[in-house]
Design a protein around this ligand. Structure first.
Ligand SMILES: Cc1ncc(COP(=O)(O)O)c(C=O)c1O
Length: 367
């Protein structure tokens, strides 16, 4: 078989490689998923959907009740004015990211992404023939409008924002988010805002760029918020004309998201939200546990305000992650997220407190 040149340019995720060769008893701080189970009321809604026979295709953009609930969620939580017709339900945030990039990026178009950032942004851009352009972060590991502006050219088609960020945990300030949304709007550049960690913020506030501009596609998912990564259920909000373009891709690559997961997502979005607050409080205390442990070790660390990652500066991130792996603690070298991350490692605290305490003991000698 002869494969397309675009797939040849794509790398297998550097994160997966970190798990290979991990011995038994290794503590895995490499994973980007909550270690909690999906709340019971959400599981029950899925079981009931199966028993009701809700097992066929749904409308391409999702069941009407879920689209209506998501439009209401965007209005209430994100101050984004949108109608149910401007919502699409997708197979995870991953599919929504792909749809947006595929619908917007032509061969040779430049896509501005934070360096370091979540791996998919650069790889999906390359998959469609676009050119990812890394934007260095500021000292607090945030994306500033000045840095973004310095990378804008005639070919810039899209700016990808991700707050709270994977891998840094940084949360963009209202001023930064607004300034980037406005500079994009002024130049008719699209913005793709990946907000999957919006509910895991420990300081500050989540601000959606779509509050300030119509040029934004807002991507989210129930994956992280409700501990539902395996249900593969995401969604996006885009202005009507943009949604139509995205639909052209979605209907052929996916047809619709899982009918059962949509029933579960409806229960998640419209049901009690205490489960989210409980997870957020637990993540906050785990973050504090690690931050205090690292401070005692004298590590160079910016305390992250969100998500469930720490991104300490450790010198040679590849070498340190390899040494930690041998000592039985799996982390991800920052270089996996872009050259700008090469002096860092990413540590996920989506692991039990007992594991984090043991990991700190093992890390003490190496860090
Ligand atoms: C920033 C970010 N966006 C998107 C995703 C993918 O989300 P989903 O599982 O809903 O496809 C992840 C998963 O790790 C992520 O960290």
């Amino acid at each position: 078989m002869r494969f397309a040149s675009c797939t040849g340019k794509i790398e297998i995720s550097g994160i997966r490689k970190c798990f290979e060769g991990a011995g038994p008893g290794a503590i895995n701080l490499g994973l980007g998923q909550p270690d909690f189970d999906t709340p019971d009321h959400i599981k029950r809604a899925a079981i009931e959907a199966i028993e009701r026979g809700q097992t066929g295709y749904t409308p391409n953009c999702g069941v009407p009740e879920l689209r209506a609930a998501l439009a209401e969620k965007f209005r209430r939580e994100n101050k984004i004015q949108c109608s149910p017709e401007e919502i699409m339900v997708t197979s995870g945030a991953s599919e929504a990211l792909f749809l947006a990039i595929a619908a917007l990026v032509d061969k040779g178009d430049e896509v501005l992404i934070a360096d370091p950032s979540f791996l998919s942004y650069a790889e999906l851009t390359k998959l469609v023939g676009g050119k990812p352009v890394g934007v260095p972060l500021d000292e607090e590991l945030r994306l500033s409008s000045e840095a973004v502006l310095s990378k804008v050219t005639d070919r810039t088609k899209l700016i990808i924002m991700n707050s709270p960020s994977n891998p840094t945990g940084a949360v963009g300030t209202a001023e930064q988010v607004r300034a980037i949304a406005e500079l994009a709007s002024d130049r008719d550049i699209g913005v793709l805002s990946d907000e999957v960690y919006e509910h895991f913020i420990y300081q500050g506030e989540h601000i959606s760029p779509a509050r300030f501009s119509d040029n934004v596609i807002t991507v989210n998912a129930v994956s992280k918020t409700y501990a539902m990564t395996g249900w593969r259920l995401g969604y996006l909000a885009a202005r009507g004309c943009a949604l139509e373009q995205l639909l052209k891709v979605h209907q052929y690559v996916q047809a619709c998201a899982s009918s059962i997961s949509q029933a579960a997502a409806l229960a998640a979005i419209t049901g009690p939200q205490e489960c989210v607050a409980r997870m957020r409080d637990e993540f906050r205390s785990r973050r504090d546990l690690l931050v205090n442990g690292f401070k005692e070790m004298g590590m160079d660390l910016i305390v992250p305000d969100g998500a469930f990652y720490l991104f300490p500066r450790v010198g040679d991130g590849d070498a340190v992650a390899a040494r930690l792996g041998k000592a039985g603690v799996i982390t991800v070298p920052g270089s996996a997220f872009g050259a700008g991350g090469k002096e860092h490692i990413r540590i996920s605290y989506a692991a039990s407190r007992a594991s984090l305490e043991e990991a700190l003991r093992r890390m003490r000698d190496i860090l």
